[in-house]
Design a protein around this ligand. Sequence first.
Ligand code: ZN
Length: 381
Amino acid sequence: MSLQGNWSYPTAIKFGAGRIKELPEACAQAGIKRPLLVTDKGLADLPITRDTLDILDAAGLGQCLFSDVDPNPNEVNLTAGVEAYKAGGHDGVIAFGGGSGLDLGKMVAFMAGQTRPVWDFEDIGDWWTRADADAIAPIVAVPTTAGTGSEVGRASIITNSQTHEKKIIFHPKVLPSVVICDPELTVGMPKFITAGTGLDAFAHCVEAYSSPHYHPMSQGIALEGMKLVIDNLPRAYADGSDIDARANMMSAAAMGATAFQKGLGAIHALSHPIGAMYHTHHGTTNAICMPAVLRLNAPAIKDRFDLAAGYLGIKDGFEGFQSFVQEFNDSLGIPKRISDLGVSDPDIDSLVKGALIDPSCAGNPIELTKDNLTKLFHEVL
Ligand SMILES: [Zn+2]
């Protein structure tokens, strides 16, 4: 079976190895004639980025790159990106990369035509209606990792460089109109990033599946997403050039982000402030937090994970799933504690404050409080 497809859910996706070649068609489909490709500093000089710019150039679309994007992109990167977009007379954005490039690229397209500051569009109530929807530029997204799923998301995470808070900026039109999922772009990912990003996709599926809200479509997607990660992440980790494993991980990433419309939970509520304050890798941080969060949520999620375990090929229901998660982390080189990522003397009070205002709290099946969050932070740090 060839792992290829043209999908329309949740947006138009050209899925399959080698399909980056179709980027000019994707731009045409999105109505873009002068694209600005936005990616992060680390990717800017890699062959996958250079080759992609060459594909654009050969099709007469120029080869304009903006790559002044930090690993946790902030409003300074965003302002510079919008300036580059306007100065170059662009009419759309190719958001290219892992979470950083995708999120910042989407925000450049969003903010290019707005007059209010970006923080006015935080994902709170109906704040998104403040935006001039007609001024949002079209977006083509090209993921180069398999984790964030931001290519199929309607939000971006931008870190406030003053307060070190991660803010979710939301608008329905931030959903890219065309996505190219080409697993060949992920072949060069180092093992550490393969594991961390893959486990981010896993955390999205686990948290969506745990969330108490009614959304059976998401529930089904989350379960199959977990299965794809369990079956394919060890293969992609062991052999980075296993293209079928890479393709299935790319699907799992898009599925995780589709599923978490149902809600995220304590894993992300912990990892957002940790990442914002100490710049730890998002997916790796999530993976470290997962065992403690499963213990906290046990009374609320045991029954549904008893069911899931059967499909996932894990013995002994929820207890078996918990042991599996720890062994899975170990087998992928994930450390046991956040302190192993170089965080020393953490400010627990500030972390708890950051977690309590994180929108991910709302999706956790057990109510998150100052007390249980403090306990969780002590456990994971
Ligand atoms: Zn995540």
